[in-house]
Design a protein around this ligand. Sequence first.
Ligand code: PMP
Length: 292
Amino acid sequence: MSSGEPLVYIDGRFVPKSEARISVYDHGFLYGDGVFEGIRAYNGVVFKLKEHIDRLYDSAKVLMIDIPMKKDEMIEAVLETIRRNGFKDCYIRLLVTRGVGDLGLDPRRCSNPSVIIIAEPLKPLLGKKAISVIISSIKRDRVDATSHQAKSLNYLNSILAKLEAINAGADDAILLDDRGFVSEATAANLFIVKEGKVATPPQTTGILPGITRGCVMEIVRRLGYPMEEREITPFELLTADEAFLTGTGYEIVPISEVNGRKLKEAPGPITKKVIEEFEKLKGDPENGVKVW
Ligand code: PMP
């Protein structure tokens, strides 16, 4: 790190954080018109980087944003951002915005998408405490609306639910889909455990198919527990033995109560085993891309 503050990648240039700016005419700012990824590096290995890059390009395809770099160039830009900052453990925010246009929303007026890569140092947080959640009155956007399957810059659906949680004195909110089935948390996927069986909602409920969720499903199967991807009712969530959230930022966070109903244990025995196994994946070059 040269100037003492993190360097941010903007369209091929590295600029200090305090000088990292984009235009107010960028449609990412004006309309939330863009896509992003939240990624983590553990001990010099960028966890599941290829999977994050694949998801970024899939999200961009849905929004018809033509990312001006090939996937391997994007991977190299992420690695170079981390190298320039000298971080071994960090959080990486990778954004592709529609780019500068005019005040109308027509995307054809934006000729050049912008690529932005932010890296911030992170200390590994061990032994995270269990959190309380509410079931939000805000419904997850439908898969045929602004689906969270595409990781876009528009997070208002989640922000409204988060505000409801904050106003209720809870740590986070669980959103239901428009039919009333459990979908996911504001920025994390949900798992429940009942009588030794693990379940997580399917993509039809409007979730972002989380990369951590995929790892956890594999871990659960490897540990020998039944792992179901199926619709979950609010009743099942309220009466679960254990429940936890998964995500790049959250990692694995146990849920202690839902709408004031305490779950049996947080973290319960299966949650503990899953956390233990997840810890082993971090920093392992088999599960990511080495920075140096
Ligand atoms: N759902 C939403 C809405 C999210 O924003 C996130 C965080 N990216 C997740 C789930 C978890 O996904 P991942 O494990 O890939 O970080």
